[in-house]
Design a binder for this molecule. Structure first.
Ligand code: ADP
Ligand code: TRP
Length: 318
């Protein structure tokens, strides 16, 4: 089974990305699935207008994934722009894409509501995403809930293409594990770079951010209900079930303050991420090694793309 996912290099990755997206990729990788993971730098151009920033963010995302567990011997990892055939396929799909289908996309409407300029790139975003997926013949696409509609568009476009030109594309399924919770940010809302409430994976000011997580003003002595409390919800991600049960009991008993809970969270974070941080430092010293990993991944990805494109070009009459 081929599993493919992409991540936009449009900012530093945060705890929400790790527990909401990266970790399930690493779990699938451990099961020995046929994995493809790419850095969606073409997509990021819909919001990033600074070449240097885009290039750097692309490298940072690659380093983050490799440091946290992506194994290039098991997962084909590449930059989207190293497979230019996706742009070609996106055009063929565009010619079959009804405007209404894209007009209904929530992510586009959401961007408009947030004051983004209505560009053709933002509007056509789901078509390029469909090309990413279909060109690699993916069966399963792990994504967050926010991307579910884009997978529906992908299936629609695959079906339209097949109806017009014959059975070329598989209809991929979204993989949205129910167990993946919405990770809260430092203000209690969903952690997201758009809300400026993130804690980055290797945040130099992690201590300050954790200590600054918003809490209510229940006095330290009083018993507190842990469920729904951001610190407790975040602690669940990092700690063992025994440690989680201990914190819950301490909150319910009273005499346990949010400050103590924040310190416990911080040390659980360090336990998991310090080894990743060390690996990341090693990886970041060797620019050529990273480039090698990405170009080896690109070569494999282009082979897969070539297989699809040969059939596609013949079918469309080129
Ligand atoms: P952001 O909201 O910071 O812009 P993205 O939309 O780029 O993050 O996130 C990429 C993927 O990371 C999402 O599709 C989702 O799977 C995951 N993700 C991001 N934030 C969270 C969160 N707070 N909780 C769970 N998953 C998240
Ligand atoms: N749109 C996805 C996101 O923002 C990133 C992405 C681009 C993607 N192409 C993809 C994800 C193909 C999965 C498959 O999260």
């Amino acid at each position: 089974m081929r599993i493919l996912t992409g991540i936009q290099p449009s900012g530093r990755l945060h705890w929400g990305n790790y527990f909401g997206a990266m970790k399930s990729m690493f779990d699938l990788q451990a099961k020995g699935e046929d994995m493809f993971m790419f850095i969606a730098n073409f997509h990021a151009m819909t919001t990033v207008r600074d070449g240097k920033a885009l290039r750097e963010a692309t490298r940072e995302v690659a380093l983050d994934y490799l440091a946290c567990g992506l194994d290039p011997a098991k997962t084909t990892v590449y930059r989207q722009s190293d497979v230019p055939e996706v742009q070609e396929l996106a055009w063929y799909l565009s010619c079959l894409t009804p405007m209404g289908l894209l007009e209904r996309c929530h992510s586009y409407k959401d961007k408009m509501a947030h004051g983004f300029e209505a560009t053709h790139g933002l509007f056509a975003y789901p078509v390029l995403m469909a090309a990413d997926i279909l060109i690699m013949n993916a069966d399963l696409v792990p994504v967050g809930k926010d991307q579910k509609q884009h997978l529906e568009v992908t299936r629609d476009l695959a079906q339209k293409f097949n109806n017009a030109y014959g059975e070329i594309f598989k209809l991929p399924d979204a993989y949205i594990p129910e167990s993946v919770a919405t990770i809260p940010g430092t203000d209690g809302q969903k952690m997201s770079k758009s809300y400026h409430n993130t804690i980055e994976l290797f945040d130099p000011s992690v201590k300050k951010k954790v200590m600054g997580i918003v809490t209510d003003s229940t006095p330290m002595e009083e018993p507190k209900e842990p469920e729904g409390n951001s610190i407790y919800e975040l602690y669940k991600l990092f700690a063992t079930p025994e440690e989680v049960a201990e914190m819950a009991a301490a909150f319910r008993a009273g005499g346990y303050g949010y400050g103590q809970a924040k310190k416990a969270l911080l040390s659980a974070y360090h336990r998991l991420f310090d080894p990743f941080r060390e690996r990341r430092e090693e990886l970041s010293k060797d620019v050529d090694a990273l480039e090698d990993i990405l170009s080896t991944g690109a070569a494999k990805a282009r082979c897969a793309a070539a297989i699809a494109m040969e059939k596609v070009r013949t079918a469309v009459g080129l």
